[in-house]
Write a protein that binds this ligand. Sequence first.
Ligand SMILES: *Cc1c(COP(=O)(O)O)cnc(C)c1O
Length: 463
Amino acid sequence: MAFKTIIEPFRIKVVEPIRRTTREERDQALREAGFNLFLLRAEDVLIDLLTDSGTGAMSSEQWAGMMRGDESYAGARSFYRFEETVREITGFKHIVPTHQGRAAERILCSVMVNQGDIVPNNTHFDTTRANVENVGATALDIPIPEAGQPATIHPFKGNIDLAALEHVLATNAGGVPLVILTVTNNSGGGQPVSMANLKAASHLCRSHGVPLFLDSCRFAENSWFIKLREPGFADKTPFEIAREMFGYADGATMSAKKDGMANIGGFLALNDDAFAQKCKNLLILTEGFPTYGGLAGYDLEALSIGFKEALDEDYLRYRIRSVAYLGERLTEAGIPLVQPPGGHAIYVDAKAMLPHIPQHQYPAWALSLALYLEGGVRSVEIGSVMFGRKPDGSEQPAAMELVRLAFPRRVYTQSHVDYLAEVLIHVHQIRDRICGVHIKEAPEVLRHFSASFEPVGGDLLAP
Ligand SMILES: *Cc1c(COP(=O)(O)O)cnc(C)c1O
């Protein structure tokens, strides 16, 4: 008998209470936070889907591993365990630990990217884009056209547009220091990249002598989607698939706060000896000695175990299924989403849901505020607040206005997901009352983290 219910493949040993608040309290909290969900106190949030980054629950094995952490400044046993695990999965020669993904990005960009260069990517994540632009280069997003059509179903919507890539490489000889493929494509809806696309991108890069890097934060989820959706991979393990994916690249950056299943950590991995030496020198300057890179020995232990747990089939089946389940409930209720649902998150299409709010009044930002006000749910805008300000200071609306509901790993259960569905369906029913917002104050870069806002009419919901 094969039972159809996919269960959480763990039982709970430690619990952390979450706090209910009244609507009045949430209204007050929003005003105090300048209508910016990043500036809320986490205690005032009931279900926190701001990000899946560093918010997961560690396993009993990981906690046990932390007690074995070797805190030696140089040459710690925990580093060698970390290095061995990352090398086993990625196959790369040099493994450089960093405190999180953006540290790896900053080092990589400082070493490989120059002013005036172009860095193509399926879609740059916000920190990746900021790091590319910080050295004066252009971050070019070239996903396949389907990636920009939320309702279009495509099994590998994270794919890079190969014709566009070939064109950039052919017309900018010497001006493209590297190509990045983000797996899964976070800003583009958590959508996977196929092995065929990876292979073809790798071939193009090699024929132009340009290195290919993976932004590999969700390498395990991407492997699972390849196993489920790409012909020829059904009988391979996620580990084998991951290994093959990395095999098409020359290096990778990683935020181990995602598929490292830990609360902090990352790495930069690469094959090139000369670049690796430069990266390690810079690491010593700003992160730490190359055998800890800004991490504690116990973090390195938790990560060595976490990378393997992220590739466990029961875990991946449960994780991808719980996101898909929410996606199905919302789709049945007529809520416009990026289809099909991504690996780590649901992306609500706020442009389609709130056509009465123009893009310069940030519909996705307004929707994320309404979800908090009504249900205590925290999500994140991926739209014109995050991406609408160009490096020259001009405003240009983002291609899509999305609200991302990202699932922390191994944290919430089925009933939490049912509650979420209820909140979203309710907010969808009152969508005509949601008002746009404008920016009161904002910093020049990565403004979504700290800007303050005001509802256009003073109140977020019209009566
Ligand atoms: C989270 C993330 C990063 C940045 O990593 P941090 O650990 O937050 O610094 C880079 N790329 C992608 C795709 C991410 O999801």
